[in-house]
Ligand binder design. Structure first.
Ligand code: ATP
Ligand code: MG
Length: 322
């Protein structure tokens, strides 16, 4: 069977971009594959963070992942399975400084920052370890993560070539629409959970807030509603969101003006978030159940990845005493 892995950084509240670009596609893959989804709390340590807040967000994220429908997958917290950091080190010894420095995410997140954590540079090695540890064939992610998955393939190939077949080569899979949801207040920027703005919709926003954010979305000059991302980024983003939330193709929509489009988008977003909010409330009422799921998930993940970890250690020249 096909194996699937993806992870979500505990760097803020999950957004509509995370949901449409990666979470719902990940949920759909459960019908056809063996799926593993992790809360990437170690990745959240790559930029300035608050320890208490990180702990809180890690649990919120796990709860939301289950609330979105990942309850048929193996779900756990990255830091609870030490093999992630161990394999990451072996991959740092496989990767080159130059290829890490060239990553777009590193350039963006380090720009203008005086205290760049070293882990921000090595982030892709940890992400590669996450994926390779589970011998994943497919990685459902938004468009922005394509480069990191390509680097993961390069590292896997290089390692296999040098030390013998060890890793499975993964491929990124992106949803047909909404692989890059833009910020409603600035449709030239990606909607992001760590760099929130008035145009960021969070999964737990109350319906009135989510509705208002859509109604205030920045649109483009000229009144026609057409899907043309280069010239009409605002309207195109709204059409994309509408398509992803309703399951209807972008071409099927026809609107006379921005007002009617926004009202339909606002309603579709609120309806998409409603069941997630409800399920989140139910799950939050039972923290013991959540902790049971996460503890069990980490134990199973450790068990499932032990063989691969031993093979990687052996291949690179470390003694296997176990
Ligand atoms: P951060 O700002 O901390 O990087 P993020 O919003 O980019 O947060 P990640 O945890 O880095 O979220 O990414 C989780 C998943 O969501 C990844 O698969 C990523 O590609 C996807 N994703 C993130 N932002 C968007 C977006 N605007 N549109 C579509 N997919 C997205
Ligand atoms: Mg990101």
């Amino acid at each position: 069977t096909k194996r699937v892995f993806s992870a979500f950084t505990a760097s803020g509240h999950l957004t509509l971009g995370n949901l449409l670009g990666a979470m719902l596609p990940a949920v759909r893959l459960q019908d056809e594959a063996d799926c593993v989804y992790a809360v990437a709390n170690l990745h959240a340590l790559t930029v300035k963070h608050d320890p208490a807040l990180l702990r809180e967000r890690t649990l919120e994220m796990a709860t939301l992942m289950l609330a979105c429908g990942m309850d048929r997958s193996l779900v756990y917290i990255q830091s609870e399975v030490p093999a992630h950091t161990e394999l990451s080190y072996l991959l740092e010894c496989t990767a080159h400084y130059g290829e890490m420095r060239r990553m777009i995410q590193f350039k963006e997140k380090s720009a203008g920052n005086e205290e760049v954590r070293l882990s921000l540079l090595t982030y892709p090695a940890l992400m590669a370890a996450d994926i390779l540890l589970h011998r994943a064939h497919q990685v459902p992610v938004g468009e922005d993560q394509r480069q990191h998955v390509e680097l993961t393939r390069d590292l896997a190939l290089r390692f296999n070539h040098r030390y013998g077949e060890t890793f499975t080569l993964p491929e990124a899979v992106h949803p047909p629409v909404a692989a890059r949801v833009m910020d409603l207040a600035d449709p030239t920027a990606k909607m992001s959970k760590s760099r929130g703005s008035a145009g960021t919709i969070y999964l737990l926003d109350d319906p009135a807030d989510a509705h208002r954010k859509v109604m205030r979305a920045v649109t483009d000059s000229g009144g026609e509603v057409v899907h043309d991302p280069a010239n009409k980024p605002g309207v195109s983003n709204l059409l994309t969101i509408l398509s992803a939330c309703t399951g209807r193709p972008v071409e099927s929509f026809s609107y006379e003006g921005y007002g009617a489009l926004k009202r339909d988008v606002a309603e579709a977003v609120v309806e998409t978030l409603r069941p997630i909010r409800e399920r989140h409330a139910e799950l939050s009422a039972d923290p013991a159940e959540l902790s049971r799921i996460l503890t069990g998930g980490a134990a199973r993940a450790a068990e499932r990845t032990a063989g691969l970890m031993a093979a990687a250690r052996q291949a690179i020249g470390l003694p296997s005493t176990a």
